[in-house]
Design a protein around this ligand. Sequence first.
Ligand code: FAD
Length: 247
Amino acid sequence: MLTWIQGEIVENKQWCTDLFSLKIKIDPLKFKAGQFAMVGLDIDDKLVHRPYSVINTPQDSLLEIHFNTFEKSYLTTELANLKSGDAIHVADRLNGLLTLDQVPDVPHLWLFATGTGIGPFISILNTAEPWQRFEKIILCYSVKTVKEMAYRADLEQLKSRYPDQFCFVPFVTREKSPDTINARITTYLESGELEKRVGLQLSPELTHIMLCGNSRMLEEATMQLENKGLRRHTRREPGHIATEKYY
Ligand SMILES: Cc1cc2nc3c(=O)[nH]c(=O)nc-3n(C[C@H](O)[C@H](O)[C@H](O)COP(=O)(O)OP(=O)(O)OC[C@H]3O[C@@H](n4cnc5c(N)ncnc54)[C@H](O)[C@@H]3O)c2cc1C
């Protein structure tokens, strides 16, 4: 059973037509960077709720979520209309295993995100732990158009802060733009260009990889990684690939 607490919208940031982030004032919630919250609204006398990754770190005072609307989307269409001062429900227990306590000690942490799947990685990368634990952190972030690349400024800032440790590889699939790769992550991975560009090998001895976003990317990338000898990671059977599927 979920226990709901009420929060208040502090900010609704619109990145582009169909992409938003909400900041929510709420009593402090206990969670680990990378986890998701159940978020809900009263719609037609019913509490409609869905899971959303938390963008902020456990130390931050405001809860932040990031989402997109799409044709016939139900809850997100309503979330997109929220204004400062509006009420929102959040379940008091957060969940999810896309967290660093699930990651063994390896030199290289790779992160693959499509669209709003960047959420858990923003939270994780804004904590101290990954920078203390991994020699190299490689983030591949893919969106359709440049304006959909939310949180890019934060990621560029991390790149300036950790120039030798952080490798940020932005992908934009449906238009060409400077400093981004005009291909899907999986196309670039399969051709071997990703490892060449980053200058590191994806191998079971060196790598742990977290994937977040749509099922197509997760399935294709997992298959390609398995061809390189990496295995799915579970708590019972430690491996190298951890995934979180949004839809
Ligand atoms: C663990 C977890 C964490 C998640 N975190 C996030 C997050 O941080 N941000 C986020 O935006 N979403 C996230 N999602 C997806 C989210 O929970 C909702 O499914 C999504 O927002 C759609 O809800 P809706 O009510 O607007 O649409 P619905 O009316 O429920 O959508 C109908 C169908 O559309 C498809 N769909 C779902 N999401 C999308 C999408 N983005 N684009 C196109 N089709 C889609 C699905 O097949 C779904 O069944 C997460 C899902 C899971 C399981």
